[in-house]
Design a protein around this ligand. Sequence first.
Ligand code: NAD
Length: 337
Amino acid sequence: MTRRTASLIEGDGIGPEIAAATVRAVEAAGGQVTWERVDAGAAAVAKYGDPLPAATLESIKQHQIALKSPLATPSGGGYRSVNVTLRQHFDLYANVRPVQTIPGVPSRFTGVDLVIVRENTEDLYAGVEHYVDPRRTAAESIAIITKFGSERICVYAFEYARRHGRKKVTLVHKANILKMSNGLFLDTGREVAKRYPEIAFDDMIVDATAMKLVTAPERFDVIVTMNLFGDILSDLTAGLVGGLGVAPAANIGDGGCAIFEAVHGTAPDIAGKGIANPTGLMLSAAMLLDHIDQRDAATRLRRGVHAALGDASTRTGDLGGSANTARYTDAVIAAMG
Ligand code: NAD
């Protein structure tokens, strides 16, 4: 197995705590990864006066893979989201969020097994915003949808479905109201679907999707959607299986560049207390190990996580348990087998 170097952004808030736990767990699972620690977010502002230093970009460019803990983003004013900038800089157009019921994790639903493929670079996140008048009493944000962006994300979703033995792709949109931008996305998806006759295809309006996800989540397999809807629906689906603390994500571009991250934020309310749940980052690290073909280590890591989550005495507080981060991580490692 080839040892790979990956950039590691330890992040803000609970970031350093969950990153340390994840590095331990990857090592114990047999992952052959050397971590190159680089700064971003509030920690980088404090050190270098820059939320995304050139050395960080250079490290990711060189190694092509990164594991990233959450970064604080100031609301309203302040610097632009580093998460968004990173995705755009490396053109990581596919945000992939698998959502699966984990036995033992308290949740309202069972049997959920779906994947959200979210377009990551366009839509309202293109950063095209301005105040309409000098007194700043009105503002406009422009959603940009292109045929190029729509086609590559839909192709990614179908290719993902094919690779992972998934049976259906559902395209989520609001083309009944946003006839041009969302209509373009829908029309492009319909064209792409014709190239994959073995995979079922349907489309659904986003509001109906939100309702269906909480009444019959088992009807979904792969969901492909635009940036804003994907952002919202992926948090919703994380809630179906026990919350943000357990949800992993990957941001993937063409040519193998990928950044893996937990879906949750910096959890400032519990930062520094040693009680954060590192599952989201650990499962993101498992996706990283799959991506670099270290599948046995990925499987061992997932086995440890699922076993530790299955035992109430080793779960963290956000999942109703009483274990702290260190005790949970010990249990993950002990259960790897
Ligand atoms: P959050 O996800 O940080 O916290 C929401 C709630 O969930 C809090 O009660 C928190 O304690 C809890 N929680 C989250 N992750 C947890 C974990 N691993 N273990 C235990 N409990 C956990 O969301 P927020 O409060 O809206 O955002 C805080 C900051 O994080 C903001 O600056 C926001 O911009 C940033 N953020 C970053 C990312 C990212 O870097 N990908 C994602 C979302 C939010």
